[in-house]
Design a protein around this ligand. Structure first.
Ligand SMILES: *Cc1c(COP(=O)(O)O)cnc(C)c1O
Length: 410
C-alpha cells in the first residue's frame, strides 16, 4: 500500500462527489467530524437566507410563512430516516443532555416498581450526570448502577428500570449490539435507552427494528448541523402517549396558542418539545441532515470501515515502536466511525498534529481520537495524516512546551 493506491481508491469511491459539498480549509486534514462536523456549503447559504429574508424581511410572519414552527418535526422526520425510525417518532429540540433528561424521566415513570438505571462507567459523562440529577430530583429512590460493557447482560435484573447506553463509545468507538441488548432488556422487563451521539449519520441504526424504546443524539457531530446544533430524541410509537415529560413547556402543549392555564400534553412526539425552536441553528441542521439523507448508508458504512482499517494498519506499520496502542476494536464491524490510540503523551502529540494541520482530538487520560466522516474524508487524507504523525513521532517534535498548553476544550 502506498499513496498512489490511496489516490486510486479515492478515484473509485462512490461517495467522492460529496466532498465538494463541504467547506474545508486548505491545508487541513479534518479527522474530527465526530466532534464537530464540517460545514456544508448549503448551510451557509441557508442561514444567510434565513437571516436576510425570513428574519430580516418576514419578521414574525415567518413563523407561519417560512415554516419555522414545523422545523422540529420536519428535521426530526429527516433524522428518523437516518436512524431507522418512523417519521413521527423523532423530534429535533434542545441539547442531547436535556433530551436525555426528558426520555429518562419517561422511562422511569413507566417502570414504577423498578429503581435501577443501568449504564457503564465510561459512558459519556453528561449522560451519567443527567441521570444523577434526575435521581436527586425524584427524591433519591433510584440508583445509577455502573458496570463494564461485558457485564451488562448479566446485570439486567428484576430491579432494572432502564438500560441506558451510548451505542458507540466516545473514546474507543466500540459499538454495542443494539438489537440483542434491547431484546435482553425487554425479556427481563427493562427498557432500552440509546444515546446515538456517535452513531447518527456514522453507522447504520435501526431504532424501530432493533426494539429501542428511547434514544437521543447530537446534531453537530456526524449530522454536520453546526456548532451547538439542536439535538434530537426518539420515543418508540408504542410509548409516546404513556407519559408527559416533566419539561412541560408551552410548545409541547396540545394547543399552545389557546394560552390555557393548565398543561395538556400534545398528542404523539410533539409533547417532547419544550420551548421555542432555535430557528437559525435548526435551519443549518436541516441542511446537514438533508445532505446525509442523500447518501447511501451502505456505501457510507463500507467506506467508514475501510478508512478506519486503513488508518489502523498504516499507524501500526509506519509508526511502530513509538508507544501507540490501539484502543478501538480491530474488527470494523464492531467499531463506529473512528479509530483511537492510547499514548501516555497523547495530549502534546495531538497538539503537534493539529499544528501540522491534522485535526483529531484528545480524550483524557491518554486517548488520541481520529474520526472518519466518509462524506468528506479521503483515503489520501488517511495516508497523509499517518505520514505526518510518523514525522512527529520520529523527530520527537511533540515534546515542546508549546504543545503542552491546555485550552478549555481538548
Ligand atoms: C457529544 C455527546 C453528548 C453531548 O451532549 P450535549 O448536551 O450536546 O453537550 C452527549 N452524549 C454523548 C454520548 C456524546 O458523545
Amino acid at each position: 500500500m502506498n499513496r498512489d493506491d490511496c489516490i486510486r481508491l479515492d478515484a473509485a469511491d462512490p461517495l467522492r462527489d460529496f466532498r465538494g459539498k463541504f467547506d474545508l480549509p486548505q491545508g487541513v486534514i479534518y479527522l474530527d467530524g465526530n466532534s464537530l462536523g464540517a460545514m456544508p456549503h448549503s448551510a451557509k447559504s441557508r442561514v444567510e437566507q434565513v437571516i436576510t429574508e425570513e428574519w430580516g424581511e418576514g419578521l414574525i410572519r415567518s413563523w407561519n410563512t417560512a415554516g419555522w414552527m414545523d422545523l422540529p418535526k420536519r428535521v426530526g422526520a429527516g433524522i428518523a430516516e437516518i436512524v431507522g425510525a418512523a417519521s413521527d417518532s423523532v423530534i429535533s429540540a434542545d441539547s442531547t443532555s436535556v433530551n436525555l433528561f426528558k426520555v429518562l424521566s419517561a422511562a422511569l415513570a413507566m417502570q414504577p416498581g423498578r429503581r435501577v438505571i443501568l449504564s457503564e462507567p465510561d459512558n459519556f459523562p453528561t449522560d451519567l450526570y443527567m441521570a444523577q440529577g434526575l435521581i436527586a430530583q425524584l427524591g433519591g429512590r433510584h440508583e445509577l448502577k455502573l458496570v463494564t460493557a461485558k457485564d451488562i447482560p448479566a446485570a439486567i435484573d428484576a430491579d432494572t428500570a432502564v438500560v441506558m447506553l451510548t451505542h458507540v463509545n466516545y473514546r474507543t468507538g466500540a459499538m454495542h449490539d443494539m438489537k440483542s441488548l434491547s431484546a435482553l432488556a425487554h425479556e427481563r422487563g427493562a427498557l432500552a435507552l440509546w444515546d446515538l451521539a456517535h452513531s447518527a449519520g456514522a453507522v447504520p441504526v435501526h431504532l424501530d427494528a432493533d426494539g429501542a424504546d428511547f434514544a437521543v443524539g447530537c446534531g453537530y457531530k456526524f449530522l454536520n448541523g453546526g456548532p451547538g446544533a439542536p439535538a434530537f430524541l426518539y420515543v418508540a410509537k408504542r410509548h409516546q402517549e404513556k407519559f408527559a415529560q416533566p419539561l412541560s413547556g408551552w410548545l409541547g402543549h396540545a394547543a399552545p396558542f389557546e394560552f390555557e392555564s393548565g398543561y395538556r400534553p400534545a398528542p404523539g412526539i410533539g409533547r417532547y418539545l419544550c420551548g421555542t425552536p432555535t430557528v437559525l441553528g435548526m435551519s443549518a441542521l436541516e441542511e446537514g441532515v438533508n445532505l446525509m439523507r442523500s447518501a447511501d448508508m451502505k456505501q457510507l458504512r463500507a467506506k467508514s470501515i475501510a478508512l478506519g482499517d486503513l488508518f489502523i494498519r498504516l499507524v501500526e506499520e509506519r509508526c511502530a515502536g513509538h508507544g501507540l496502542g490501539l484502543a478501538s476494536p480491530r474488527d470494523g464491524a464492531k467499531r463506529g466511525s473512528q479509530a483511537s490510540f492510547t499514548h501516555h503523551d497523547g495530549f502534546p502529540i495531538m497538539q503537534a498534529l493539529i499544528a501540522r494541520g491534522v485535526i483529531g482530538d484528545f480524550r483524557a487520560p491518554d486517548i488520541l481520537r481520529f474520526g472518519f466522516t466518509p462524506l468528506y474524508t479521503s483515503y489520501v487524507d488517511v495516508w497523509d495524516a499517518v505520514e505526518i504523525l510518523r514525522g512527529i513521532l520520529t523527530t520527537g517534535i511533540w515534546d515542546r512546551a508549546e504543545f503542552r498548553k491546555r485550552g478549555a476544550v481538548t
